[in-house]
Design a protein. Structure first.
Length: 256
């Protein structure tokens, strides 16, 4: 249920006294390059011509597997296992409990309530990026599931990051967390065909679905990712710091 709230109850937030640092010593997630025609922000990069062709029109050979999923519009976060500790992170790699934003404090609290779940999924040094949909950014959701939607499982350093292939990722999660709605799996899928399948959202989007993410796997590895964002999409229109409005919440923890 969508609600508009003022300041959050302080009981719903967490604040760590630990000085800000990056437990992974790197960002938790980078930027996905855009397909042609996708709406880009300042500094956003595009896929190469060859990569875009593989995604949408012509695979290299039978070894290319193209997976297309619904793109979600929230705050990119992650859950990591570092030295045996479960650590909720924001996209930049800092601990969510040290964020300036209440939505990230809610995320930290939500993760710690599910410590056993994440401890059973993650191996040492791994992290699971996902979309935190508690607060509306540019899309409102009537969420049919928990507010964290996991979309990757990663390991390694920035120069050699590894993503689990989709089948391995889904097997590891084993239905215990929501993942982005699968639109297509197989050969290339055109942008036009993807757009025709976006509605209705698999995640309760009330506003038009933002777009889709293409994931190219090859010989048991994730080769590269690409995305398409609708040109008319307005980033952050429901965020107070951008839209000059009250915060809009897709989800809040139940009060005691």
């Amino acid at each position: 249920m969508i609600v508009v709230l003022g300041p959050l109850d302080c009981r719903a937030t967490m604040k760590s006294n630990t000085p800000p640092h990056k437990p992974l010593k790197q960002k938790a997630y980078g930027s996905i390059p855009h397909l042609p025609g996708s709406r880009r922000g300042p500094g956003d990069k595009g896929l190469s011509v060859d990569q875009a062709r593989i995604c949408t029109t012509k695979a290299r050979d039978r070894h290319d597997i193209i997976v297309v999923q619904e793109k979600l519009d929230g705050s990119c976060v992650a859950v990591a296992k570092v030295e045996g500790r479960i650590v909720p992170l924001i996209r930049a790699g800092y601990e969510a409990a040290n964020s300036h934003y209440p939505q990230h404090h809610l995320f930290a609290a939500w993760v710690f309530e599910r410590w056993d779940l994440f401890a059973s999924i993650l191996l040492e040094g791994e992290w699971m990026p996902g979309e935190w949909l508690a607060q509306a950014h540019g899309t409102r959701y009537a969420l049919p599931h928990d507010p964290f939607v996991a979309f990757d499982l990663m390991s390694g350093v920035e120069q050699d990051r590894q993503r689990l292939p989709l089948d391995e990722f889904m097997a590891r999660i084993a239905g215990r967390l929501p993942t982005p709605r699968l639109i297509h799996r197989g050969g290339p899928l055109s942008i036009e065909a993807a757009l025709e399948t976006l509605e209705p959202s698999g995640h309760g989007a009330i506003d038009p679905v933002e777009g889709a993410v293409w994931r190219v796997e090859r010989k048991g590895r994730v080769d590269f990712l690409g995305k398409y964002v609708r040109p008319e999409k307005v980033d952050g229109c429901y965020l107070p710091e951008i839209g000059n409005c009250e915060a809009v919440w897709n989800w809040q923890p139940r009060s005691e």
